[in-house]
Design a protein around this ligand. Sequence first.
Ligand SMILES: [Zn+2]
Length: 273
Amino acid sequence: MGSMAFRMLAWSEPGDPRVENEDFVATSADVAVVLDGVTPLDRDDTGCQHGVAWYARTLGTYLLQLAGDRRDSLADCLATAIRRVRDDHAGTCDLDHFDSPAATVSAVRVRDGRLEYLVLSDASVVLDLESDGTKPDIRWITDHRASEVGRRLRAAGIPPTGHAVRTHRNRAGGYWVAAERPEAAYQALGGSVPVAEVRRAVIASDGATRLIDVFGLFDWTDALDLIEHEGVDAYVARTRAVEKEDAARPSASRVNRGKTHDDTTLVFLTRWT
Ligand SMILES: [Zn+2]
């Protein structure tokens, strides 16, 4: 077993405190996972009696456990975790339903002196790497294939409704999330960097990257500085304030076209020095 390479600080909160948080976060000494249960188009029509929060929690728990064994690659661990959840509810639920429960996944693991990462769908892993000092070396790993499906539909004159986009889920040429097909795990973006080169890192659900990718108010260096120096709570509070301000504008001038507030989950890692 290696020694702990990073401090980890996890934060998760629902977009609306009256609604169950469908994100899931878990950490162990050398692993962190963040899952974001995909909001169904119709909660009463998913083919599943368990729900999205259950899906994210169950998949995330398996993934944490399998990754902690350190034998298999993160992609293999995710494939096995997807298979296990599928087997857990294949007998009771219709997993062929086009909108059966699904989740985006981001994960990191320290193994053999390297920080391994995996991102499936629009979750993020952000690495702040040692640089020569002239400018920061930030690597932002996220998968835009779902929004590309929307763009392609629009270009073809098809309204990119939730339903139209979702029929491209987990299909070649479409986009990939964790759902009923284990092979989705091998569509994840993955890689590794030496632990010694990582100054800080964030793994996050898409609700925790809005200041950067929806509102464009921050770059990742500013965001990481805010998290490190003022706290994860200050970073999330800032997200909520900006969302609220945007929602108060007339709809034509709003930046955010999605939910006003989304479930917001991140793990912040800093290397022990
Ligand atoms: Zn189910």
